[in-house]
Ligand binder design. Structure first.
Ligand SMILES: Cc1ncc(COP(=O)(O)O)c(C=O)c1O
Length: 385
């Protein structure tokens, strides 16, 4: 049987591969999963139960409940300084869908999208699905995975339609500065490019820094699709809920995709999301405090292991660990840690070629597991030498 040829371009996920191998193994310490270990906060779960009892069990408007889009627009204006109207907000079934709709709305065959390497695996696959061509923009370990503008400029061709930015970044933990984002914004304006800004980790930024949205810069709202979510901020991965802000004409085209695919995001999840953004944000701060403590313990522990080094992530709950001194490849070391130490990590190469020499550890896991994991990794690395 002949299948869609775009699907042939999709490589099996390097993350999945490790998880499959870990299946059935007992007494594992997992740094693998990229999702909060917390259960969704009580008041959000209660709002969902109430919504069900009140009969929020029907289709919603394609782009989301009007009161939800209104509340999201207020949040985007106040917190992110992006001046959008509710009509410019689209509610989606997760950030993954928001990304897909963005690529699909924008791309024609042959259009290029610049994506970070290393970067979140889904970008490349989705660009292929939408008929576009991904172009890798190298982020270098020696710059702590911050962008080099000259290198970015060299990726731009006459076919470039958009640049995908992800700050704070999965897997590197880099959070781009306002200056870096301003320089990219200027390039986007000069070259007439769209920016797709994946800001799923906006609430997990360390050292007292504030998250900065590129669409808040002058002239950028019109050419940016800003994507935010509930998965990471409110520990709501399973609810499948996110939203994006984009200019009204783009939203009108994107609406056709919603109408003819998912129809709308889950009605109960939308009501829960409304409660999440309209209630106290203490739960977000509490989870952040836990990540911050875990980050400090993990980074200190990793840097005490001879052969490993790790720059403290500026955002997210990922440590991207330099393993070059071990003499092993990223995949070899991840396999070794799984087989010999019962520790699950993800090889950096799962996120692109530039991830060679690195492994990703998610610290969205308990402090006890982090301490035990460090102990096991230390022993394992010592045994290599
Ligand atoms: C950078 C980044 N963007 C988007 C997503 C998608 O999140 P979701 O589809 O759960 O909202 C993830 C999930 O891991 C991510 O790491």
């Amino acid at each position: 049987m002949e299948f869609n040829s775009n699907l042939k371009k999709i490589k099996p996920s390097g993350i999945r591969k490790l998880f499959d191998l870990a299946q059935g193994k007992k007494d594992l310490v997992s740094f693998g999963i990229g999702e909060p270990d917390f259960i969704t906060p009580t008041h959000i779960r209660e709002a969902a139960k109430k919504a069900m009892d009140e009969g929020y069990t029907h289709y919603t408007p394609n782009l989301g409940f009007p009161e939800f889009r209104e509340a999201l627009a207020i949040k985007l204006n106040q917190k992110n300084k992006i001046s959008v109207t509710p009509e410019e907000v689209v509610v989606t079934s997760g950030g993954t869908e928001a990304l897909f709709f963005s690529f699909y709305t924008l791309l024609n065959p042959g259009d290029e999208v610049i994506i970070p390497d290393p970067g979140f695996v889904t970008y490349e696959s989705q660009i292929y699905f939408a008929g576009g061509t991904p172009v890798n923009f190298t982020l270098r370990g020696e710059n702590n995975f911050h962008p080099d503008l000259e290198e970015l400029k060299n990726c731009v061709t006459s076919k470039t339609k958009a640049i995908l930015l992800n700050s704070p970044s999965n897997p590197t933990g880099a959070a781009f500065s306002e200056d870096e984002l301003s320089a990219i914004a200027q390039l986007a304006q000069e070259k007439n490019l769209i920016v797709i800004s994946d800001e799923l980790y906006e609430d997990i930024v360390y050292n007292g820094r504030e998250h900065f949205s590129i669409a808040s810069l002058p002239g950028m709202k019109e050419r940016t699709i800003s994507i935010f979510g509930f998965s990471k901020s409110y520990a709501m991965t399973g609810w499948r809920l996110a939203y994006l802000a984009a200019e009204a004409n783009l939203v009108k085209e994107m609406a056709k995709l919603l109408q003819n695919t998912a129809v709308c995001a889950n009605s109960v999840a939308q009501r829960a999301g409304l409660a999440a953004i309209q209630s106290s944000q203490d739960c977000v701060k509490e989870m952040f405090t836990a990540y911050n403590e875990r980050r400090n313990v993990l980074i200190k522990g990793l840097n005490e292991i001879k052969g490993l080094s790790c720059h403290a992530p500026e955002g997210t709950f990922y440590a991207f660990v330099n393993i070059k001194e071990t003499g092993m490849s990223a995949e070899e070391l991840s396999m070794y840690l799984l087989e010999e130490c019962k520790v699950v990590t993800v090889p950096g190469t799962a996120f692109g070629k530039q991830g060679e020499g690195y492994i990703r550890l998610s610290f969205a896991t308990s402090l006890e597991d982090i301490k035990e994991g460090i102990r096991r990794i230390k022993k394992g690395i010592e045994n290599i030498k």
